[in-house]
Design a protein around this ligand. Sequence first.
Ligand code: 5AD
Ligand code: SF4
Length: 474
Amino acid sequence: MLLSDHSYDDYSAATPFLIALCLRAGLFCYIIIFTMKKFYVIKTFGCQMNVHESEKIAGIAEELGYFVTEDDSNADLIVFNTCCIRDTAEKKILGNIGDVKVLKKKKPSLIVAVVGCMTQQNGAAEELKKKFPFVNIVLGTSNLSELSSAIIAIENRQKKRYDHILNETMPTIDETIPVKRTSGTNAWVNIMYGCNNFCTYCIVPYVRGRERSRDFSVILDEVKSLLDEGYKEITLLGQNVDSYAYENKRFVNILEEIAKLPGKFRLRFMTSHPKDFNSAVIDVIRSCDNICNNVHLPIQSGSDRILKLMNRHYDRARYMEVLNEIKQKLPHCGITTDIMVGFPTETEEDFLDTMSLVREARFSNAFTFVYSPRRGTVAAAMEQLSPAVKKDRITRLVDLQNSITKELSLEYIGRTEEVLVEDLNPKKPGFVCGRTESGRLVNFPGVEADIGAFKQVKITTSRSAALWGETYGE
Ligand code: 5AD
Ligand code: SF4
């Protein structure tokens, strides 16, 4: 018999040997599989659009058999999903790509890919190649679907480099890219791509092309299956969601149709443009309980002269009219904004107009930026302000908005808010965090099993923008 070869004449004596053998074989197989396993890292920069695009990159990588890792030195594939909206973003990304050179030296088989907005700028791909010759793949915003074949070509050593920037202004929407969602309770859903607005400071229309809206029924089907999978929040994404247009369907139709779907969930959207945001959208939010009272409405500047130079197509009065209609019809609506300081020719008087608008509008929160010239845009050719003036203005603006956010936080104390639990509080054991309908972050006692649940939370304390509370009656 089999065991006699090993001079065991008794089965029970052979058992430990067999177990040890199996364990060794198992360990051996595990080591083989583990060492053969390929790992990927995605480094994402920029807006929610990019965060969602990275979920598509993850989908592509996993379809090719890669597993995610947090450890760069363990990676076989590193993808930089880039942003070029401001100079600061670009500098940071260039520094990060430079750091990979050391890893590539240690592991020459490492595949390095650079995709996204930065590569799509005029001449940027050529510059990247010169600066970082170790980069294997460079793809533009419109041909991300080539990433899979590019990786395969490099893996099989058919090519050392694969770069292709598609320069079409109206690229077709690729619905076939797999998505590996990473955003927990919330699922991002693109409803449109690109932008037609050409604000004079902005690079987006150049790197993302003209507006293209996704098929209405494809969006609805995607949302339905996400809700079936258990997502509790859907966030619709677009550079300018209000200009969604597919056949006879408009943005309000999407909101209405999704809001009708069964089950308990929240619907959010971003970004709205003040020239297009309208009463119809406000009325739909008011009439549908599951559409969050939360609007992101970038103002950019409080000065009519600067708004005109920015090509924003609204003035301060029109913006305040929209804002006041939201506040009147949706009294608890969280209204956030984007504001820029230091746009070319901005005078102290223009800046004071921005400050007075911020005082008047009392935004829940504001994303504040220092203007930075972007190549090829109209404003880049205008007379620029000194860094010192910009620094002084951003400091004053941030201080003002922080004090308003703090005051508005105090108004929440004593209120009971419905909060969707998103995660464990990373800093405070025994606490979870989530958002109110208006978009405010709330921390309160909870456990991992609470993630994805809607909780009634009584707000007890506030610390600048963050709120703290307690649940009761459960
Ligand atoms: N410099 C600084 N901020 C910019 N933004 C867009 N372009 C620039 C630029 N060149 C800001 C705008 C926009 C947000 C996404 O980024 O405020 O709303
Ligand atoms: Fe850029 Fe203006 Fe389009 Fe927004 S609306 S993406 S700021 S061009």
